[in-house]
Ligand binder design. Structure first.
Ligand SMILES: C[C@H](O)[C@H](O)[C@H]1CNC2=NC(N)=NC(=O)C2=N1
Length: 100
């Protein structure tokens, strides 16, 4: 296995780091790394989801998400370890890049 479940203090540190580097909007909700991205319209939201989907397939690591019009709520977790792993933080950073 190339990843492991992070300890609570590791999640805290990685979350602070992620929020410093990006938008300050990431939280832990239901033990998942969570953020609601907001776009100009559906076309931009779906463009973002398309980029994420291609990356997720390549990494074999897939987001849980919920889209309504211009909003995409993402909840990242690693099913293999029943928790948050470094793969979730990697995907979160990519998502930030794809959203810009
Ligand atoms: C068989 C396949 O490699 C696994 O089920 C992958 C697919 N995508 C995945 N995505 C996520 N988020 N967590 C996983 O543990 C996971 N496992």
């Amino acid at each position: 296995m190339t990843h492991r479940k992070l300890e609570p203090h590791e999640i805290e540190d990685a979350l602070n780091q992620l929020n410093t580097e990006t938008s300050q909007d990431w939280t832990i909700e239901n033990d998942k790394l969570s953020k609601t991205f907001k776009f100009k319209d559906f076309q931009h939201a779906f463009g973002f989801m398309t980029l994420c989907a291609l990356y997720a397939e390549k990494q074999d690591h897939h987001p849980e998400w919920f889209n309504v019009y211009n909003k995409v709520k993402v909840q990242l977790t690693t099913h293999d370890v029943s928790g948050i792993s470094p793969k979730d933080f990697d995907l979160a950073k990519k998502m930030e890049a794809f959203a810009n």
